[in-house]
Unconditional design. Structure first.
Lengths: 137, 337
């Protein structure tokens, strides 16, 4: 399956659309309502970072299917991409309690914990790309 | 063995069913016990809400649509708690790791302290040294030469915890490298001061009292580097005197001279060396007075030196509700015969 949603994030409306797109895809994929809420929350946090720090970027939500493993695994992949200022010190940003935008437990480490896989690539002055995957249990 | 997720869900369902059928305190008590189990099994708040939703969905198939939807909102609101909860767990794991690391460092630090107290026929020596946290900024040292002469030091590194502990290893190795001065307190402090002054940050310094005891002539020689004065107990007069030695703390000025004092020790006399953690015991009534320490020592003075330091420590620890505010070290050296 190659279902994919791309959502531009420039305003808070963009955050809401990205959440909605993610939740719809998660529901379709068969995630429980708790996992749907987790995926939506992860998208929300990532989109909010774009909105607050990069002004503009996009969230891509894809349906994943890996048939090379048995049993086949299905899941949702979130990609958050922007051409903003980038993160100077990724190690700090991945540390609990460092976050400047979220509250307790939020921020990038929070997103990482909500999802099963997490990857970040960021270059100062170039931009940031974060991917996160949640597999269906 | 941790309960599986679905078993937790079933347990919740059972408790909820019982409560709906017969509202009573017994079930509420079970619910309270269950909430502990939830935490043990690391079930997050949003999952707990979903347990509830699925259970009532099953018990009341005709649940009004709005009620069902309202739970979706509640789950969303619980997400923040869920994230904070998971952060808490990860910070707890990190804390455990750090603690394990510090435990290793603390046991390494213990190896810097003398493994045993030197034994000399005419002397009775007792020592206790307790860190306020895991790592200590207090240091003590004993050395005995072939003539049974004893060198002893008590030192307090300004500051506590890890920085002080790191500094302490330097003191230990510096002292080990000055064997020819171990019975000359003034010369030893002078050399030590040069090492400290060269090697530690300007804002760090060390106070020390160094003494040597010659049991052949029962003379005690001592010098001090800004250290808390000790006590000298005169047995014949049954009086405590202050054991003070003038001198700048180590690490302040490169060329510092330390005056050497000496005292003739008579049978029954004893020397008390301590760190400021002893005199700066804070109780609800404020700092403890040196007089109070003397009266504590008096209370136990019929015992052995080791028993005295142990008892005094216990009483002062108790006064502070078993929470030490500063590293605590106390040494007693008594001439027996």
């Amino acid at each position: 399956m190659g279902i994919q949603s791309n959502v531009e994030v420039q305003t808070e409306w963009g955050i809401v659309s990205a959440r909605q797109a993610g939740r719809n895809l998660a529901k379709e994929a068969g995630f429980s309502s708790v996992d749907q809420a987790r995926i939506a929350t992860a998208i929300s946090e990532l989109a909010r970072n774009i909105y607050l720090y990069a002004n503009n970027g996009e969230i891509i939500i894809e349906f994943l299917e890996n048939e090379n493993v048995s049993p086949p695994r299905r899941g949702i992949k979130i990609t958050a991409r922007d051409e903003g200022p980038g993160i100077d010190n990724i190690r700090n940003a991945m540390e609990d309690g460092y976050t400047t935008s979220g509250g307790l437990g939020a921020g990038l480490p929070g997103v990482k914990r909500l999802m099963d896989e997490f990857d970040i690539d960021s270059r100062s002055g170039v931009g940031t790309e974060i991917t996160a995957i949640k597999w269906l249990r | 063995m941790a309960d599986t997720f679905s078993s937790m869900q079933n347990q919740y369902k059972t408790i909820l069913k019982k409560y709906i059928e017969d509202k009573n305190e017994v079930v509420l008590y079970q619910a309270q016990q269950f909430s502990k189990k939830i935490l043990e099994n690391q079930v997050s708040p949003e999952e707990t809400v979903s347990f509830h939703l699925e259970a009532i969905d099953e018990f009341f198939p005709k649940l009004p649509e709005g009620v069902r939807d309202s739970f979706e909102l509640l789950i969303e609101v619980m997400m923040g708690f869920g994230m904070a909860y998971r952060e808490h767990q990860s910070l707890r794991d990190k804390q455990k790791e750090l603690e394990a690391e510090i435990n290793v460092a603390a046991s390494m630090q213990q190896t810097l302290l003398p493994a045993n107290i030197p034994e000399v026929e005419s002397l009775d020596i007792g020592v206790i040294s307790m860190p306020a946290t895991k790592m200590s900024g207090d240091y003590y040292h004993f050395i005995k030469d072939e003539n049974d002469c004893i060198g002893l030091a008590i030192a307090d590194i300004i500051g506590k915890g890890i920085p002080a502990a790191l500094c302490m290893s330097m003191i230990k190795y510096a002292m080990d490298s000055l064997p020819e001065q171990r019975l000359q307190p003034g010369a030893l402090l002078e050399n030590l001061n040069r090492v400290v002054e060269r090697n530690v940050a300007a804002n760090m310094f060390i106070t020390m009292m160094y003494g040597s005891y010659d049991p052949r002539i029962h003379q005690f020689y001592y010098s001090g580097a800004g250290h808390e004065p000790g006590f000298y107990y005169n047995y014949a007069e049954d009086k405590f005197e202050e054991l003070y030695a003038k001198g700048l703390a180590l690490g302040i000025k490169r060329e510092t001279k330390f005056r050497e004092y000496h005292k003739r020790v008579e049978p029954g006399d004893f020397i008390v060396l301590l760190s400021d953690g002893v005199t700066e015991c804070r109780t609800v009534d404020g700092f403890i007075e040196r007089e109070e320490i003397i009266s504590l020592i008096r209370k136990y003075q019929h015992m052995t030196a080791q028993e005295i330091v142990d008892k005094v420590f216990y009483e002062l620890e108790r006064l502070q509700h078993f929470q030490l505010k500063d590293d605590f070290s106390l040494i007693i050296l008594r001439r027996k015969v």
